[in-house]
Design a binder for this molecule. Structure first.
Ligand code: CTP
Ligand code: MG
Length: 233
């Protein structure tokens, strides 16, 4: 069934989905790989569309797959599909370019975090709405983290980092529309997340609790974990 988006919602969700999935191994672009018989992108969009504040969804698809992705998602939700770019931030910029100025809140959400619950989309959006210009979902770091001196053979440990002040960061990351747009206009170097660009501009970024289900499907083992999560859901 096609999900109805909220025409009175104040949130646009950008979904970069144009990556190739090198770390997952050879095959289709990652967003189109199957999880329990359906493409990762379908899982992701269904959950985003179920978040009540969402008014608009923009997917950045691999350039060669724009038409195919439009057809794939048409039965799921009303989604705008644009061609992504070379790097993730190029794909985000292409999606951001089609969001009308009157949409106040923009979330950026990896297609690869296919099982992110709608409640996390809502909690990030709510934190932006409450006055934070930039909000990211984050989890405590579970492993002990060492700083090392890089070396081809044995790396030498320089020290143990205090993990109590470290966070693993997820998506969706939420922003006042104008804050994200300004960061994209200003930044020319590479960033692995959108909040990184906004931090550079001096805007405060705050964390809300992330979700174990929002894991990024990156390596083959992540697909196994995601299948298991779906089976217990
Ligand atoms: N992405 C994108 N455009 C790119 C690169 C990445 O839209 N040029 C998207 C991916 O499709 C994914 C998200 O950004 O939804 C996070 O990227 P990542 O998990 O690194 O996915 P890939 O780049 O596809 O994987 P890999 O780095 O292993 O190739
Ligand atoms: Mg990548």
């Amino acid at each position: 069934m096609t999900a109805q988006l909220n025409a009175r919602g104040d949130v646009a969700v950008l979904v970069p989905a144009a990556g190739s999935g090198v770390r997952l191994g050879p095959g289709a672009p990652k967003a189109l790989r199957l999880l329990a018989g359906e493409p990762l992108l379908v899982h992701a969009i269904r959950r985003v569309a179920a978040a009540p504040s969402v008014r608009m969804i923009v997917v950045a698809a691999p350039a060669a797959e724009v038409e195919a992705v439009r057809e794939l998602l048409a039965p799921i939700a009303a989604v705008t599909v644009v061609a992504g770019g070379k790097e993730r931030q190029d794909s985000v910029a292409a999606a951001l370019a089609v969001v009308p100025a009157e949409v106040g809140i923009v979330l950026v959400h990896d297609a690869a975090r296919a099982l992110t619950p709608p409640a996390l989309v809502e909690s990030v959006a709510a934190a932006v709405r409450s006055g934070h210009p930039a909000v990211i979902p984050a989890l405590p770091v579970v492993d002990t983290i060492k700083e090392v001196a890089p070396a081809a053979a044995a790396e030498t440990v320089l020290g143990t980092v205090d993990r109590s002040v470290l966070r693993s960061v997820q998506t969706p990351q939420g922003f006042r529309h104008e804050v994200l747009a300004a960061a994209h206009r200003a930044i020319v170097d590479a960033h692995t997340d959108d909040a990184g660009m906004v931090e550079r501009s001096g805007t405060p970024v705050v964390c809300v609790p992330g979700s174990e289900s929002a894991l990024k499907i990156t390596r083959p083992l992540d697909l196994v974990i995601a299948e298991a999560l779906l089976a217990v859901a």
